[in-house]
Design a protein around this ligand. Sequence first.
Ligand code: NDP
Length: 309
Amino acid sequence: MSFLIVSPGRDPKAWIKALENHHPGLNIYTYPEEHDKEEVEFALAWNHPRGLFKNYPNLKVIASMGAGVDHITSDSEIPEDITITRVIDDRLTEDMSVFVMAQVMDRIRDLSLYKEQESEKKWNPVSYHRIEDVKIGIMGMGVMGTAVGKRLAKNGFPVKGWARSEKEIEGIDTYHGEEGLAEFLEETMILVCLLPLTPETENILDKDIFEKLPKGAYIINVARGEHLVEHDLLEMIDSGHLSGAALDVFREEPLKEDHPFWEHPRIKVTPHIASMTKAESVVPQIVENYERMKENESLKNVVEREKGY
Ligand code: NDP
């Protein structure tokens, strides 16, 4: 019985070290090194080559290295009986809350704008927003969205949340489904996307949604680049309907050098760093699931294949 790590472009050293610490003696293979495919029952993956896993006849579990699983669920060749798991980690969730909070604070007090003005030696005060006046709408009220919402609400922001199913979360106005979307967007001055990427949510941040936001609204996308229709965002910022965007995720990463987002004065680019998985922190739950698989017990943090998250 062996454990396979597949993470092209990501150095697996920290994962191997953490796995050896938490499960001494585990037989670990690292793709694409030579290994016996028949032996592998558990894989830890990030951006695996499409179609790879169909060649592992005894594979039972694919564990995502992070909270997102779209890199696994989008591979239609993964057999239906393979269990997919994700990471739920307090540290990851906390880091996301801090990042979104930082972006929100930057926006409401125009810190990036003043940095820009400073580079031009320009002294130009603008009126600022106060916390209680800035309604924040979070798309996706799962692990991350709920934590981000609670953090913002605790700091005095009026917060709205939108999910697929109905929810009751203290201090947050919640909406759900297509029928709740328009009301959720109304008065939302900062829209935060924390949806998983699925066929239903792909391209969701489009002109239609932006038009339903009030003039001057701001977009923070920390979910996936494929949620955003890029030319719609550029059009809506350039027309003055949106005041700008902070983007952490992109359709193609790293963002190409000639991409218009780099140079756009109202778009802030960060290199997918909102919340980064730390191997040492999440390996205990991976090892626990490995043990559970061996004992034929139900696993933790299982992805619902039909929902895609
Ligand atoms: P969860 O699976 O816990 O939550 C997903 C939420 O989205 C749920 O509330 C779900 O609704 C809602 N949702 C899903 N589909 C729809 C839909 N069609 N319409 C409305 N709501 C929908 O995910 P997490 O909170 O853990 O993570 C969210 C995403 O954040 C990840 O998938 C990943 O892409 C991104 N991420 C980005 C990072 C970064 O560094 N930039 C780091 C970590 C994660 P319901 O509750 O009703 O099911």
